[in-house]
Design a protein around this ligand. Structure first.
Ligand SMILES: O=C(O)c1cc(=O)[nH]c(=O)n1[C@@H]1O[C@H](COP(=O)(O)O)[C@@H](O)[C@H]1O
Length: 292
């Protein structure tokens, strides 16, 4: 018999009630397993290197292998949504299956979707990535604030009410980001985003659920722009480790004032060692150890 609407709503409410806030869950995972998030970026070249076809079946084998290799060993994984979207609806179905496998394995998932739009459309993105009962809902999603920080409000509010999290782009790891994010000098666009995120987390005593993305490569910019992260209570997702050149030592120097908040993330450098699960795990643990 099909589930009634009332039963479905009750099930969703129970699922939300049982979930602790994302910041708390991330802090616990980082304390237990270290500050690394493994990026799942199934690039065509990586699929070929693993002997897999560049199609939905290849994508599925790749994604589930990574989840199986690192579950219970690292704090989180971050599937790159673009690399599923390029396979159309079948790729999205694989992403849904990958997110479900993470939930099953008690592995935090961060959907790297970088969504951002006017508020009314943002509400629909929020339902997709953070809503209870959505097959695409992850533990957290990346968001772009460059339509204005407050345009993200529907996602910020839904994340808070479902115990999920967001990571808002602050200073990105790519060199082109400076042309927007550095504008304003010591009162830069990025500094204003960081301040808005800090306000979001102000009521929380420990790690909040509104995170920032700050590239592992931007240490000198943080100093030059006078951006201070330690008081934001934001979890900080730091991409750029490995393939983009940043090392654990670079990150420790750049983020000395907020080290307990840092979740380093690396994709290609780890993924290149697959498809052997033991090799993938070893590469992940080596990267993690560089952050301890
Ligand atoms: O939001 C992100 O994760 C992100 C932000 C950023 O500033 N730079 C950045 O590289 N990323 C993502 O992090 C991943 C980095 O991949 P690797 O360079 O292979 O480790 C990619 O999925 C990027 O889209």
């Amino acid at each position: 018999m099909p589930e009634s609407a009332e039963a479905r709503d009750a099930g969703r409410q129970a699922a939300t009630a049982a979930r602790r806030p994302f910041g708390q869950r991330l802090a616990a995972a980082m304390a237990a397993r270290g500050p690394l998030c493994v990026g799942i970026d199934p690039h065509p070249g990586l699929l070929a290197g693993w002997g897999l076809a560049d199609d939905a079946e290849g994508l599925r084998a790749f994604s589930l292998t990574v989840v199986e290799a690192v579950a219970r060993q690292v704090a989180a994984v971050k599937p790159q949504v673009a690399l599923y979207e390029r396979h159309g609806s079948r790729g999205i179905a694989v992403l849904e299956e990958t997110l479900a496998a993470c939930a099953q394995a008690d592995l935090l998932s961060i959907a790297d979707a970088k969504r951002g739009d006017i508020g009314s459309t943002m509400a629909a993105y929020a339902d997709a990535w953070l809503g209870e009962g959505s097959a695409l809902a992850a533990d957290a999603v990346t968001l772009s604030p460059y339509l204005g920080y407050e345009s993200l409000r529907p996602a910020l509010d839904l994340a808070a009410s479902t115990g999920r999290g967001v990571f808002v782009l602050g200073l990105t790891s790519n060199p082109e980001g400076a042309s927007v994010q550095h504008v304003g000098g010591t009162d830069s666009v990025a500094r204003r985003i960081v301040a808005a995120v800090a306000r979001e987390n102000a009521p929380v005593e420990a790690l909040g659920s509104t995170g920032l993305v700050i590239g592992a490569t931007v240490g000198p910019d943080l100093v030059r722009l006078g951006i201070e992260l330690g008081s934001t209570r934001a979890p900080i997702l730091a991409p750029g480790l490995g393939a983009q050149g940043a090392t654990g030592a670079d990150m420790k120097a750049a983020f000395a004032d907020c080290w307990p908040q840092i979740l380093g993330t690396s994709s290609r450098e780890i993924l290149r060692t697959g498809p052997d699960r033991a090799a993938l795990l070893q590469a992940a643990l080596r990267t993690r150890d560089s952050l301890l």
